[in-house]
Design a protein around this ligand. Structure first.
Ligand code: ZN
Length: 186
């Protein structure tokens, strides 16, 4: 997945209103490093030469300062070695679901459509932490070992994907109301 692919995916997610303002972040593996969207950036206004480069320990290697949620991406990559991209969004419907009381924390949504069942499967809910709180990292890593999509309580969704599937994954559930935003979730 190239730098231009990250830009194109960000624009697609933003245009579809799956993220908004300066929320959400995208990362992709780049050899031994990881390309990630910069802190404070809008996914609708990314440029190929202004992406952050971090190593697998999260050290900033080049480009602008990385998203403060980079540790969540690193947790996903550690848990899922085959994942080549991670998308985290604050999509409206997914955030709304994440704020509901009485959710089954092991699997938030029922498999209402075939595409949701195929592309998302079980969707665990992780307990609320303030955005950027690294204490969420170990919880995300543990949950991601068993599920490739996570919903962060009172925050938003978090999904890894193979590069060729990133656009599809980011559109998961487009036919399923609430689940449609899961794909878009940053
Ligand atoms: Zn977030």
């Amino acid at each position: 997945m190239s730098r231009q692919d990250v830009v194109d995916l960000g624009a697609s997610l933003f245009t579809r209103r799956l993220t908004h303002g300066r929320t959400g972040n995208i990362s992709v593996r780049d050899g031994d490093d990881i390309l990630i969207t910069p802190t404070g950036s809008s996914l609708g206004a990314l440029t190929p030469d202004a992406l952050s480069v971090i190593d697998r320990d999260g050290e900033h290697r080049a480009g602008p300062r990385p998203s403060k949620e980079a540790f969540l991406h690193l947790a996903m990559y550690r848990a899922r070695p085959a994942a080549n991209a991670v998308v985290h969004l604050h999509s409206t419907h997914a955030v709304a679901v994440s704020c509901l009381a009485g959710l089954d924390e092991t699997n938030v949504l029922p498999p209402l459509t075939a595409y949701y069942a195929m592309r998302v499967g079980a969707l665990p809910l992780l307990p609320y932490h303030a955005p950027g709180d690294p204490a969420l990292g170990p919880l995300a890593e543990r949950a991601a070992a068993a599920s490739h999509a996570l919903l962060l309580a009172n925050h938003g969704p978090h999904l890894p994907a193979a590069p060729r599937d990133a656009h599809q994954t980011s559109g998961l559930g487009a036919d399923q109301g609430v689940a449609a935003d899961l794909d878009s979730a940053s």
